[in-house]
Design a protein around this ligand. Structure first.
Ligand SMILES: O=C(O)CCC(=O)C(=O)O
Length: 272
């Protein structure tokens, strides 16, 4: 087994697991370079709608500032659907073996990925949230995410911070989340510093956040969100998506009727 029984019990109890190196030095530098080429616009195979700038730069013309655009991109999503380097990380057995052990099914699909660029000086806070609470269309809610550091992630540059055990409290109403976080019984958030090429896993209902990055170094992290293939998507037969930016690809983008990416095992008719 890819993880020990202790690791599994830790994940079940606390809703996250700091893990080890999953990318070789070569794989890491290839992924770093690829992230830059996409963000800079040197490669154009990812539709622009999946590349989001930091809020302060949105609605401004950055096309003539190619060299510094890299320091303005906030996140890039759905990359695995367009890019072979990111797809191979999403399918990396060192990661998927752990997902299988934690999720408890050999049938695994990728919902989406998010490459959070957390640019130097400008990277903004990602507030407390539960991933699955934003995806109410998926039933049951059994998402497991892997967060792969593409740079050393530290408290200073905005590493992941988790609230251990919070996955057991169920989905929390987004509008009441700040009230919830201010409750005196909520304590002991845990920052998870991670070396580049290493990763951590979190339950889809674990509350987590990342801080701002005011340092001179970029803090990239690739979040890979996995679901059991057996999952029902309540919006599968409509164009209505409750999830906004992480919506399905269009037929044109996907090259046919969209299905979430099969990572391992099998898929089921009428399911995601
Ligand atoms: O990398 C970040 O800044 C946020 C990542 C995150 O929220 C996630 O992986 O769900």
């Amino acid at each position: 087994m890819s993880i020990t029984q202790n690791d599994k019990e830790f994940f079940e109890k606390y809703g996250y697991l700091k893990y080890k190196q999953v990318l070789s030095d070569d794989e890491l530098s290839t992924a770093q370079k690829r992230s830059e080429d996409i963000a800079l616009g040197n490669l154009t195979h990812v539709p622009e709608r999946f590349i989001q700038l930091e809020a302060e730069f949105r609605d401004k013309d950055v096309t003539d500032e190619k060299t510094i655009r890299l320091d303005k991109v906030r996140k890039m999503t759905h990359l695995a659907y367009f890019d072979d380097v990111i797809k191979s990380i999403a399918k990396n057995p060192k990661i998927v073996d752990v997902v299988e052990a934690l999720m408890g099914t050999p049938n695994i699909k990728l919902y989406t990925d998010q490459l959070m660029m957390k640019p130097r000086f400008h990277g903004t806070v990602t507030g407390w949230h539960q991933d699955s609470a934003s995806w109410p269309n998926f039933v049951p809610q059994k998402a497991v995410s892997c967060w792969v550091a593409l740079d050393d992630a530290t408290v200073e540059n905005g590493c992941m911070t988790v609230l251990p055990g919070s996955h057991k409290w169920g989905p929390i109403n987004h509008d009441l989340k700040d009230v919830f976080m201010a409750h005196p019984d909520i304590s002991d958030p845990k920052p998870i510093e991670i070396k580049a090429g290493h990763c951590m896993f979190h339950d889809g209902l674990n509350l987590h956040k990342t801080g701002a990055n005011t340092t001179p170094n970029r803090r990239r992290g690739l979040a890979l969100h996995y679901l059991p293939s057996e999952t029902i998507d309540l919006t599968i037969n409509s164009n209505q998506n409750s999830t906004g930016e992480t919506s399905r690809l269009t037929e044109e983008e996907f090259g046919g009727p969209f299905r979430y990416m099969l990572i391992r095992g099998k898929e089921f008719p009428g399911r995601i």
